[in-house]
Design a protein around this ligand. Sequence first.
Ligand SMILES: Cc1ncc(COP(=O)(O)O)c(C=O)c1O
Length: 380
Amino acid sequence: MANRRIYLSSPHMGGDEITLVQEAFASNWIAPLGPQVDAFEMEFSTLVGTKQSAALASGTAALHLSLRWLNLQPGDEVICSSLTFSASVNPVLYERATPVFVDSDEATWNMDPVLLREAIADRIRRGKRPKAVILVHIYGQSADIDPVAALCAEYGIPLIEDAAEALGATYKGRTPGTTGLCGIYSFNGNKIITTSGGGMLVSNDSVLINKARFWATQSRDPAPHYQHSEVGFNYRLSNVLAAIGRGQLRVLAARVDARRRNCAYYENAFKDLPGITFMPEANYGRCTRWLTCITIRPDEAGTDREKVRLALAEHDIEARPVWKPMHLQPIFAGAPRYGGAVSARLFEEGLCLPSGSNLTEPELARVVDVIRGEFKRARG
Ligand SMILES: Cc1ncc(COP(=O)(O)O)c(C=O)c1O
């Protein structure tokens, strides 16, 4: 039998999802509201430890509504992590504001708090007090939230946490995404749990969450007819998809364990290979290893991340370069930035390995064989 394609991170249903979807069908709430949405929001709030949650069509929508809450004006500046997916930053452009990028630190791959201080002070010196900080928690690892939150408090800048990739992680016993003004999560198909597509906005501010729900349902004023005083969006999550989300929440802990096991498997399999380093796990919390990320130093390894990626592709195995940092993206050319060399190197040398919680041991062994084979080839 031919080997099946190995994906980077594919959906992994638990079993209860289908029963809950059937409940949604039985109730005929096939709509962007209904009892599954209400229950999903409540169960999510309990899990992450926040007062309120709003289930939305995507993590991007959640970020967009977070920024809308801040009432940005054209030209306002928002500080963002450079090492991330463009969805962390696009909503800044939706609101006609300007992103300012801050580099990662080597220890966590997340925003460097020392550089953040420098960035805030410099923007203020230039007469541009930042209107928000979007702190990303990358690849299942919480950023060092406390120093970032302290800086934001010191300067009176709202903190928005992009925890799209970090559901299930911990930071000093807390859940990343719950410290700032608000936080967002993604249930896109490649995430640790998925609703096929979807997102969550969380906050302890119920006024913020209620406003986000209002905007997300086309800003309908309370009236028997359709009346609108503000621009609206169609951003709510379907009741059918919320049913999937509820089932997925029940298996989140098992998914974290499985992804951490994948990472441990790779660490063990590559410990004798020169030039490979794994994304470090910070000692303040538990990383989910949503994706197992390695860097390959060409001078030590004799090969590089692109050769390894292509070797895997040849064997029908999907691997991806680490995010190309935002300060190197054509769309953000010219945006102010602080640092940049760390995330640039992580992009040049970094590779995300197949990390799905449904990978079998023979599949992990296939990945390892191809990578070890490429290292062997390179050394002649
Ligand atoms: C860091 C980060 N932020 C935001 C998003 C956006 O989430 P969504 O795809 O649900 O819009 C994603 C993933 O897609 C992401 O990885």
